[in-house]
Design a protein around this ligand. Sequence first.
Ligand code: ATP
Ligand code: MG
Length: 375
Amino acid sequence: MIKVTNLSKRFVTDRGEVKAVVGVTFDVPKGAFFTLLGPSGCGKSTTLRCLAGLEKPEQGEIIIGDTVMYSSEKGISVPPDRRDAGMVFQSYAIWPHMKVFDNVAFPLQVKSKGLNSAQIREKVKKTLELVRMEGYEDRPATQLSGGQQQRVAMARALLQEPRVLLMDEPLSNLDAKLREQMRVEVRDLVHRLGLTTVYVTHDQLEAFAMSTKIAVMFEGRIVQIGTPWEIYTQPANKFVAVADFVGLANFFEGKVVGGVGASGRGTIETTMGTLECTVPEGMSTGGKVLISARPEVVQVSREKPSGGGAIMLGEVERAIFLGEYFDVRIRIGAETVRARLGPYFEVKDGDKLYVQIAGSSCSVMRSESVASAKQ
Ligand SMILES: Nc1ncnc2c1ncn2[C@@H]1O[C@H](COP(=O)(O)OP(=O)(O)OP(=O)(O)O)[C@@H](O)[C@H]1O
Ligand SMILES: [Mg+2]
C-alpha cells in the first residue's frame, strides 16, 4: 500500500547541513500498522512529513496505493491535499475558536465532495461515534480534555476516509494512564477500519503495543525493521539493543569455540562462562561475537543452581527497589550484570548471589556488525 524507496532529505541551516533522512526504504502492506521508532532527532517526523507531502525530499520515491506521490527521478511531487492521507499530530491541531462539529467537519466544508449539510452532519456524527465522542458536537474545543481533543483530531482525519493514516506522536501530550488506554483504542479503531497506518513515536512500549511492524531509526537511517517480537529478541546491532527505547541489555564479548553445525548452534566462550547459543549465519569457529542478555532472562539465586548455561558467583553492587521488581547490578569479576528480581527477594547491597544465564535466551551478534553500526 505504501512503498518508500531510498528517501533522503536534508536541511540547510546556519550551522550547516543536517541529514535528517538518509536512504530510507520500507514497505507497508494494506491494513498494516507500521511504526517509526527512534530517539529524538533521528528523522521520524521528517520521514512522515515527506509521506504527507509537507516536506520535499531531494531523492527517492514514495508510492501510495498505485500512485507515485513523489519521485525525484520522474520529477513528480503530488501536493499534500491530493495524497489521500489523513494526518494526526502531536500537538492538538484543532481550532480553539470552533466547536467540535466545525473542527471535524472543516475539511468537508472546504472541499464539500458534493455533500449537502444534512449529509455532512450525519457523517460527522458517525465519525464522532467511532472515536467515542458522540454528543459533543456543540462543545467548544477549549472545553475538552487533552484526550478528547486528540479524539477530535482523529475524527477529522478519519472523516475524509483517507487511504492511509499518518500519525506523529499523537499520544505524547497525554498523561500515562490515558496514553495507555488510547494506545489500545487507536490500534483497535484503525484495525477495524482496515486503515493502513504509519505511526511515529519514541516510546518503545507504545510501538510494541500498537504495531504490526516497527522500523527502528537512528541518525536518519533505518537500522532494523521487524515485528515487535523480533526487534526485542533479535536486535540487529548493539545500537538497537542498548538504546533505551528497546530496553536494557547486558553485553559480553565472546568467541565461537566449536560446535557450529547445520543446527546453527555453537559453543561460545565468554567472560561469563561457556554458553550454547544460536550463532549468526556463516559464522565459524574462532569468530568473535557480542552476546546480549536482557535483565529479565538473567536468573539469580542464593544457592548454587544446577543445570546448564553460564553460572557465576557475584556481589550485589546496587539494588534499587522499583515496586514491581528490584533493579540489581551484580559485579562478577570485571563485568557488571543487570538483573530484575521479584519484589519479595529482599536483596541488599553486598549480597553474594549466583547468576545463571541460559544460552537459549541470549542473542548473538557478530563483533564487526556492531563496529559498523556505530560509524
Ligand atoms: N525545518 C527544519 N530545518 C532544519 N532542520 C530541521 C528541520 N526539521 C527537522 N530538522 C532536523 O532534522 C533532524 C530530524 O528531525 P525530525 O523532526 O525528523 O526528528 P524526530 O525523529 O521526529 O525527533 P523528535 O522525536 O524529537 O520529534 C533533526 O536534527 C532536526 O533538528
Ligand atoms: Mg518528531
